[in-house]
Design a protein. Structure first.
Lengths: 304, 259
């Protein structure tokens, strides 16, 4: 089957700095695909090139079988976008935001009006229909932004950090809705740096750093391919000293971060038995997760 | 597409224009008051106050002289404020453009809608001032109806010029330069308050290059019921300002938003 979104050798530089560096990507119909990476990895620039908003310096992109940016206008008729920062119309009510946005797709007012009730229901905003945007909570604004992205009943939805800045309740509601969309057969491409979000929602993921894809696969594959299956975190004032003396004996790999030591192991039993005898240290034994993979691939140092 | 490509114009600007119209309708009353208060107070204050000291100016009462200039400068102001402050808010602060550009509507359509909307505001403010002038009996010629399309043309020219500043602006403060170095001098040099011929020769040359001079050279005879001398040349200058500034602003916006 042909991919819905495809990138071949995409490249983009700003002021001599290569933000996206030879990116290949292929996203299938009905898939929820996550683009992960630290700040500045090139995720948003990648989305903007795939949407045809900016032209790549090299490489090519296809969106819904159309070349972008050349045929971006035609492709975007069937695309919805949830941007990183809210850009709802503050002067308008919830319903007016949907009406005005639908017109940009060339939809007739009657056609949009007919869709508004189901969009509001999907966004749990039915009783906020006539509320002005500034009176909405952060979660409501995000849901309205999502509803607005669906006004044209798109086949593909781009979501740039859809839950950044939301409280846990609001995030869970968004996740539920995104899950519903994938069940309806929509293709989702989202960027995030929440690993639990990626693990929960995405069928496949790609980790980006410095403009390059450094690993891709299902969440489980990424964990299996990149990291030992068990993690033992060791805490305590003497953890650093303990690590230098003992960690290498028990762990295939370990990292010291402040007063914590992260030990990556295939079999945790010998290490756990050893730690039980160390009264000054506390420890946590857990299966490896996506965050461990992410930190291994992109490093622990801050990106600013 | 190169940033220098020819503008791609289409009717897709229309839904954006309707968006601006819907916003404006919500604040119509204070907006109309704003369009009217400032120019009418200037016209009446100077017209009565200064006019009583002057016998005549340009063959008419000072108030009537002032009326033509007032329509033109209030039209210039409303297009400029809309293109600079409101345009910048939509592009930068509210990210309205960003939302629109994610749809099949393109940047050329967005810029065109900004120009046409700012010109619409000019049309409204020019007409509002004109109505006051008619009510006061300062102009009673049918020729003064030509002021309505002229207000639109002045609006197009100043909206296009203003958008160049919006495309370059890092923040709102930047617009002070434009208002103090461009708009205010035009108001004082282009014949709003006194005939340009009163200025020294060199300043007259400068004034003749400025768009507001040409707008007023058209407006004053029209208000008085005469056909303006050199109509085509004046209209041509305003059109050239519009088209060139539209293209320059479009190139600048393409450059700004391509990153």
């Amino acid at each position: 089957m042909k991919p819905v979104i495809q990138a071949i050798g995409l490249q983009k530089s700003y002021g001599g700095h290569r933000v996206v560096d030879g990116l290949d990507l292929s996203i299938r119909k009905g898939e929820c695909f996550g683009l992960l990476g630290p700040n500045g990895a090139g995720k948003t620039t990648t989305l903007r090139m795939l949407l045809g908003l900016i032209a790549p310096d090299a490489g090519s992109a296809m969106l819904l079988d159309l070349p972008v940016p050349q045929a971006a206008r035609e492709a975007r008729i069937r695309v919805g976008v949830v941007p990183q920062m809210d850009n709802l119309d503050p002067d308008f009510t919830v319903a007016e935001n949907l009406l005005v946005y639908g017109r940009y797709f060339g939809m007739k007012d009657a056609e949009i009006e007919a869709r508004i009730p189901s969009l509001l229901e999907f966004a749990s905003l039915t009783n906020k229909r006539d509320a002005k945007v500034p009176t909405l909570s952060g979660g409501m604004k995000r849901r309205l932004t999502l509803a607005r992205a669906l006004v044209n009943d798109p086949d593909v939805i781009f979501l740039d950090e859809p839950t950044t800045g939301l409280d846990p309740q609001a995030r869970h509601l968004i996740w539920q809705r995104l899950h519903t969309l994938t069940q309806q057969g929509k293709t989702l491409l989202l960027t995030t740096h929440f690993m639990d979000e990626a693990e929960r929602l995405c069928h496949r993921l790609a980790v980006m750093d410095n403009g390059k894809l450094i690993s891709q696969g299902s969440p489980r594959e990424l964990i299996e391919q990149n990291i030992e299956p068990q993690v033992v975190e060791v805490f305590g004032e003497t953890s650093g000293q303990w690590a230098s003396e003992h960690a290498a004996k028990y762990a295939q790999r370990f990292e010291v971060s402040g007063e914590s030591v992260f030990c990556y192991v295939r079999d945790a039993q010998p290490l756990v038995a050893h730690l039980q005898a160390q009264s000054e240290l506390r420890y946590l034994h857990r299966p490896a997760n996506l965050e461990d993979v992410f930190l291994k691939l992109t490093g622990r140092e801050m990106r600013e | 597409m190169s940033i220098f490509a020819f503008p791609q114009l289409s009717l897709r600007f229309l839904p954006i224009w309707r968006r601006h119209w819907l916003v404006w309708k919500k604040i119509a009353a204070p907006s109309i008051l704003g369009h009217l208060a400032d120019p009418v107070i200037y016209m009446l204050g100077l017209g009565y106050g200064l006019g009583s000291l002057l016998p005549e100016m340009g063959g008419m009462s000072y108030m009537a002289f002032l009326a033509a200039g007032t329509v033109c400068y209030s039209t210039m102001n409303s297009a400029s404020f809309e293109a600079l402050y409101s345009g910048f808010a939509r592009m930068h602060e509210q990210r309205t453009w960003e939302a629109i550009l994610n749809t099949p509507v393109g940047l050329d359509d967005v810029v065109l809608s900004e120009i046409l909307w700012a010109a619409t505001k000019s049309l409204m403010s020019g007409t509002a001032v004109l109505v006051v002038i008619w009510v006061l009996g300062l102009s009673n010629s049918l020729m003064s109806l030509w002021m309505i399309p002229l207000a639109l043309l002045i609006g197009l020219a100043f909206a296009s010029i203003g958008l160049i500043m919006t495309a370059l602006a890092p923040a709102y403060d930047f617009f002070m330069y434009y208002f103090t170095l461009v708009i205010t001098p035009m108001m004082l040099l282009c014949g709003v308050f006194f005939p340009v011929t009163q200025l020294p020769e060199s300043m007259q040359v400068v004034a003749s290059l400025l768009p507001l001079t040409h707008a007023i050279d058209l407006a004053r005879p029209l208000m008085n019921g005469d056909i303006p001398p050199q109509t085509l040349m004046h209209v041509g200058v305003l059109l050239v300002y519009t088209l060139v500034a539209f293209y320059v602003s479009l190139v600048l916006f393409r450059r700004r938003l391509s990153r």
